[in-house]
Design a protein around this ligand. Structure first.
Ligand code: MF3
Ligand code: CO
Length: 278
């Protein structure tokens, strides 16, 4: 019987550089989404733009055709609006309106290596509590990423996310979903809860690549799945936010593979020299 940590795929520095190439494609898609998303735009249009950017970069969209046993996912992004938490399928009739909070999740494969990241975008002018929700989600993700540089075990990341969310306000931390290892597959061990205790879980070691992705709500942490078999919504209809980066643990710090600057601005001294050297 293998111990759980034995199923973690440890990457060489050269493999991490390949994952950086995939991460930069994801970052490019995020930039295109920020420029294109707005009132009157459908999420199907955003999906077409995203797929064009991915294929234009010579990469492959990892979500398209992704099958967890119930049939292939039909698009290149997940575009989750308001009470939709994650995994909402882009649609022609899902037209964005002022005041919406949109999460766009994107995955790309370059040379067999995956990048996976999500941003939450304000559509037009949003209510102050929605902006605060988005900011709390981003802050908790960065707290988790910083903890990846300073903690001994995976639980340190989970705990830092939870602590940051609680510090920001009265939000629900979605319980059914979390982050994950990533590499030659989009989803690998370990699973990363967005709450937990510092001493728990596998040891954090150089060569690990992790997708850190808090999902928080203005209300309940409970979720439900829609009949399409994909879309996850909040149980109570409250608005949710979702932010994600793929990171690599290097010998001398963390490299945020899906951030254009490698995470240097947010991490400072905690950033890997490979990130600072770019
Ligand atoms: N990035 C998402 C996650 O980590 C995966 C999207 S599922 C797909 O949960 F089906 F859309 F690919
Ligand atoms: Co992910």
């Amino acid at each position: 019987m293998f111990r759980r940590r034995d199923r973690i795929q440890y990457k060489t520095p050269e493999q991490i550089r390949k994952m950086r190439a995939a991460g930069l494609v994801v970052a490019e898609v995020h930039q295109a989404m920020r420029e294109s998303a707005g009132p009157g735009v459908s999420t199907a249009e955003l999906d077409r733009i995203a797929e064009d950017v991915i294929r234009g970069a010579g990469a492959v969209p990892s979500f398209k055709g992704y099958d967890i046993g119930f049939g292939p996912y039909p698009a290149s992004i997940c575009s989750s609006v308001n009470e939709q938490v994650v995994h909402a399928i882009p649609a022609k009739d899902a037209v964005l309106e002022p005041g919406d909070l949109l999460s766009v999740d994107v995955g790309a494969i370059v040379d067999g290596w995956h990048g996976d990241a999500a941003i939450t975008i304000e559509i037009g002018e949003v209510a102050p509590e929605l902006r605060a929700l988005r900011e709390a989600c981003e802050a908790s993700m960065w707290a988790g990423i910083r903890a990846a540089a300073t903690s001994k075990r995976l639980g340190g990341i989970s705990h830092a996310i939870e602590h940051a969310v609680e510090h920001s306000g009265d939000y629900g931390i979605v319980t059914g979903f979390g982050g994950h290892g990533i590499g030659t597959e989009m989803h690998q061990d370990p699973h990363i809860l967005n709450y937990g205790r510092p001493g728990e879980g596998p040891k954090l070691r150089p060569g690990m690549a992790l997708a850190i992705e808090p999902m928080i709500t203005l209300g309940s942490p409970d979720t439900a799945e829609l009949e399409d078999g994909w879309t996850i919504v909040t149980d109570d209809g409250s608005v949710a936010a979702h932010t994600e980066h793929t990171i690599a643990l290097c010998e001398d710090g963390v490299w945020v593979l899906t951030a254009p600057d490698g995470g240097v601005a947010q991490l400072g001294e905690l950033a890997a020299s490979a990130a600072r050297a770019e």
